[in-house]
Design a protein around this ligand. Structure first.
Ligand code: ZN
Length: 277
């Protein structure tokens, strides 16, 4: 038997969940814990109360690494002021408009739109001009974080980890807009609908039909991202993605307790049990 709730998610690998009798007494080391029922544990955690109840879990549960359920990714999703190798272009203003449509979108596998392997969780516009020696990147771009559902897609997760280790893991954004402008040195400034530009109908100018100019997607709506691994190449060479280092248990306990350091330490001590001293 274990105790299955948010506390269990920060339980270190291999630790058996168990209820310590000494914390169930008013003068124990965990004074703000009281027994509600024979099998429930109530923790008064400041502005909220956490009730822990027993749950039957498989024996293998103790060997699972909680952090293995999600693989967290962070990378550059799309850049402004420079056309990508597919000839798509966004101004910085277009990315300002579109950045709010990124988070919450699907993360698919190699643009297979029905093979959704995770979700985009955060996005921010990174201003240009902050070039670093390591990255050498100075144009404005959208950086996005994603969580990949590793417990549902173990094979893809393995490939993602291998690709990340080789520095060959990329995002590819998926985007639509109402209108498209014929843009750049070979462009004429003509604006047509997204469908006309994409299907290269007669309403589109000769530059767009011949793919001779850049296509600016005006006021874009992002509809998700694809994970790109070799041998597929990303549309934007700078769209590299890294695995985000796992947060330690203490970080999670801190987040759980709204930064209350003493309470976080108490919770960790409880979860780790008497053998961890
Ligand atoms: Zn044109």
């Amino acid at each position: 038997m274990s105790y299955f709730d948010v506390l269990d998610r920060i339980k270190p690998t291999g630790m058996q969940g168990h209820l310590r009798e000494d914390i169930l007494t008013a003068d124990g080391p965990f004074p703000n814990v009281e027994r509600q029922e024979a099998s429930a544990l109530v923790v008064d955690a400041g502005n909220r109360t956490v009730v822990t109840v027993p749950a039957e879990v498989p024996k293998e549960e103790a060997a699972l690494d909680p952090d293995s359920f999600l693989t967290r990714l962070r990378g550059r999703l799309v850049g402004a002021e420079q056309a990508n190798r597919n000839g798509q272009f966004w101004t910085t203003g277009d990315l300002v408009f579109g950045v709010g449509t990124v988070a919450g979108g699907p993360l698919n596998w190699l643009h297979q739109e029905r093979r959704i392997v995770g979700a985009l969780t955060e996005a921010r516009l990174v201003e240009g001009g902050k070039q670093t020696a390591a990255e050498g990147w100075s144009l404005p771009h959208i950086e996005a974080e994603a969580s990949m559902w590793s417990f549902l897609f173990p094979s893809e997760t393995h490939i993602v980890r291998e690709a990340a280790a080789m520095g060959k893991l990329f995002y590819s954004m998926e985007c639509v807009s109402k209108n498209v402008e014929c843009y750049g040195p070979n462009g004429c400034g003509n604006v047509v609908s997204y469908a006309d530009a994409t299907l290269r109908t007669e309403r589109a100018c000769e530059h767009i039909r011949a793919k001779a100019s850049a296509r600016r997607l005006i006021n874009p709506v992002f509809q998700g991202a694809a994970i790109i691994v070799p041998p597929v190449q990303p549309g934007w060479a700078n769209a590299n993605v890294e695995l985000v280092r796992k947060a330690g248990s203490n970080d999670k306990a801190m987040a759980f307790t709204d930064g209350d350091e003493a309470l976080a330490a108490q919770i960790l001590a409880f979860i780790q049990g008497p053998t961890s001293a």
